[in-house]
Design a protein around this ligand. Structure first.
Ligand code: ARG
Length: 463
């Protein structure tokens, strides 16, 4: 297909085409602050090691200060013709201070430079996400506290299984998001080594002090192998993998919200803040935000697979392919921030319908296990046998079209004569949930205790 636009844009020939495919400054300008910081540390190290003069070092630092100000003010002019953020900044430095600028790139390559910048960026992104995931946990914990005794059906196979408390259900996500934070932090620990000083591939003949630059940039240590330092993108992959799992978790709670908000379930309502009407059907209140959080997992997985595919089979060390690493990570971070904000807002926003949840909790013979437990505990019957007995009782209720609690004692005694009136004590969904007091169980008392524990474990609150 011929396109006038492209034809026009590339009218200048190969140079224009090359610029278009090669340029990364359109997106890697997001590394500008890290790039300046990395250059400052590198420059200070060069001076400390006597590789460049103190005067040149001061001139460079002065120029970088002005550049930093411009970047912060959004006044720095990035030029596509200068390809990437690194060359834009170096070229501007040359405009500002002249000859000494040429000394900054001593013992450095864009290969170790970009790896360093990007690691610092991902590290900061992880720290930001940690705070944002923690906020989501905090609203979930607050909700769980408020709904510690709210009874709802728990599902397996999306079939009513056993009564649970809404608070318990919400705390399940608090655990997931806690592991997500852990995964990001694990990745952070591994990525926190400094590539600077690896040069293009082989290291450098200048007497650099890699430990010094590593320390100045808050890395734990320099990377041990120069070839690994310039060619590794595990840290970006790990970020995307942790992001993907987080996205899975957000999509699961989003999906639950969609189900709960349906007219058929009616467990929760969203206010206007997080739902929209339909242009045609006046009765509708659509959980758009939840649906979009559910959907955006797709982009995030796509970004992970995109970069895995870029990296797969790449020979050591740096190849320009690796320039394609950044957009996936930037886009993933932006998407996560938005989804986390939306999810935090939605959790705060949801209004549970406790009556409806409770009514639904007893439908579908959800206290059948409680009958079996009662029979085992009171009649000293092995559980496998109690399970059979209960099966027959359930069948009876099914035949009569009633709930388990609506059967008479005589009905039950037809199946097992030793059953007494006491069994009715365990047949309500509240009693069922309240009896689940084993560690990690759903009883309201447990939820209240777990809320406290979660505040300490995840929010750092003192007991
Ligand atoms: N813009 C490049 C990137 O993001 C910087 C590294 C360029 N290195 C090179 N040898 N051409 O990957």
């Amino acid at each position: 297909m011929t396109s006038k636009m492209w034809g026009g844009r590339f009218g200048a020939g190969p140079t224009a085409i090359m610029e278009e495919i090669n340029t990364s400054v359109g997106f890697d300008q997001r590394l500008a602050k890290q790039d300046v910081r990395g250059s400052r540390a590198h420059c200070a190290m060069l001076v400390a090691q006597g590789i460049i003069s103190k005067e040149d070092g001061e001139a460079i630092q002065g120029g970088l200060t002005r550049i930093e100000k411009d970047i912060s003010a959004g006044a720095f002019v990035f030029k596509r013709s200068l390809e990437d953020v690194h060359m834009n900044i170096e070229s501007r430095l040359a405009d500002l201070i002249g000859a000494p600028a040429g000394r900054l790139h001593t013992a450095r390559s864009r290969n170790d430079q970009v790896a360093t910048d990007f690691r610092m960026w991902v590290r900061a992104a992880i720290d930001t996400l940690d705070v944002e995931i923690k906020k989501l946990q905090a609203v979930l914990i607050d909700k769980a506290q408020a709904e510690a005794a709210t009874i709802m059906p728990g599902f397996t196979h999306l079939q009513a299984a056993q009564p649970v408390t809404f608070g318990h259900h919400l705390l399940a996500y608090v655990e997931m998001f806690g592991r997500d934070r852990g995964r990001f932090m694990d990745a952070r620990r591994r990525l926190n080594e400094c590539p600077l000083g690896a040069g293009a591939i082989a290291g450098t003949s200048f007497p650099v002090n890699r430990a010094l630059t590593a320390e100045k940039l808050d890395f734990d240590r320099p990377m041990a192998n120069s070839m690994d330092a310039v060619s590794d993108r595990d840290f970006a992959l790990e970020f995307l993998a942790a992001a993907s799992i987080l996205a899975v978790h957000m999509s699961r709670i989003a999906e639950e919200m969609v189900i709960w908000a349906s007219a058929q379930f009616g467990f929760i309502k969203f206010t206007d803040a997080f739902s929209t009407g339909s242009s045609m059907m006046p009765q509708k209140r659509n959980p758009d935000a939840a649906e979009l959080v559910r959907a955006k997992a797709g982009r995030i997985f796509g970004n992970l697979f995109g970069l895995l595919t870029v990296m797969k089979g790449l020979p050591l060390t740096y190849s320009k392919d690796m320039q394609e690493d950044k957009e996936a990570v930037f886009a993933t971070f932006d998407t996560l921030e938005l989804c986390l904000a939306a999810m935090t807002g939605m959790v705060k926003d949801i209004k549970p319908d406790a009556a409806r949840m409770k009514a639904s909790a007893s439908a579908g013979f959800t206290t059948a296990t409680d009958i079996a437990d009662w029979v085992t505990q009171n009649l000293n019957v092995p559980f496998r046998e109690s399970h059979h007995i209960t099966g027959r009782i359930v069948k009876m209720a099914e035949g009569k079209g009633c709930e388990l609690a609506e059967l008479t004692l005589e009905d039950m005694q037809l199946v097992e004569p030793r059953i007494t009136q006491d069994i009715f004590r365990v047949l309500t969904p509240e009693a069922s949930a309240a009896s689940r007091t084993s560690f990690g169980g759903t009883a309201p008392a447990n939820v209240t205790a777990q809320v406290k524990a979660a505040r300490e474990r995840f929010l750092g609150e003192k007991p």
